[in-house]
Design a protein around this ligand. Structure first.
Ligand SMILES: N[C@@H](CCC(=O)N[C@@H](CS)C(=O)NCC(=O)O)C(=O)O
Length: 207
């Protein structure tokens, strides 16, 4: 059985959406970031970097942090959400990596500088707005050609991006001008597993 340690956040929603989509049984543990529970020794033993999400799987003895690795693990365990055909499979992995190394960190820094930084740093705000637009434009171009990031199949690459576009929407990082990406977001948001996943452990109210 899988244990998921998570909070309501962009990276956390990737894991809850995937687990809902796959219908895998799992135990949900709410790690309250606001209360500092991710810095307790018990949690640091699972992820020394003190970040959610984390999964453990007692069927295999595997413990994983980093949401991209968790998505790949769940896809491999079930043989789902990652295309088999090599071109589509590597497209899915490529876009998953794009999210993990570019889209997520860029939006995350923008959230920090626009919403949380104690001091206003216009240069940083401008830089991360510019970088957000740049990755949105790349996604829009890809989604102008295909319904999903891997091509014709819904995959973990879509789930990973949705975790962040869901939060972007909530906090008004507007992307409606990117019409293909916007239509993709609306389409994904209709999926029952997505609608459930974004309420676990509780609905997000902001970043
Ligand atoms: N690269 C990591 C990032 C994980 C991460 O930053 N999680 C956030 C919540 S979305 C967190 O735990 N933040 C707590 C903190 O920064 O102290 C992943 O993809 O899992």
């Amino acid at each position: 059985m899988i244990d998921l340690y998570t909070d309501s956040s962009p990276n956390g929603f990737k894991a809850t959406i995937a687990l809902q989509e796959l219908g895998l049984p799992y135990r949900l543990h709410h790690v309250r970031i606001e209360a500092g529970e991710h810095r307790l020794p018990k949690f640091l033993a699972l992820n020394p970097h003190g970040r959610i999400p984390v999964i453990t799987d007692d069927d295999t003895g595997i413990t994983l942090f980093e949401s991209g690795a968790i998505l790949l693990y769940l896809a491999e365990k079930t043989g789902r959400l990652l295309p088999q055909e090599p071109v589509a499979r590597w497209e899915a992995i490529k876009w998953l990596q794009f999210l993990s190394s570019s889209v997520g960190p860029i939006i995350g820094q923008r959230v920090h500088f626009e919403l949380f930084a104690k001091e206003e740093i216009p240069l940083a705000i401008e830089r991360f707005r510019h970088l957000t637009d740049s990755v949105f434009s790349v996604l829009d171009s890809r989604l102008s050609k295909y319904p999903y990031l891997a091509g014709n199949e819904y995959s973990i690459a879509d789930i990973a991006h949705f975790g962040w576009t869901h939060i972007a929407r909530i906090i008004d990082f507007d992307f409606t001008e990117y019409e293909h990406m916007n239509a993709w977001h609306e389409r994904i948001s209709q999926r029952p597993a997505v609608q459930k996943g974004i309420t676990l452990p509780e609905p997000a109210t902001g970043a």
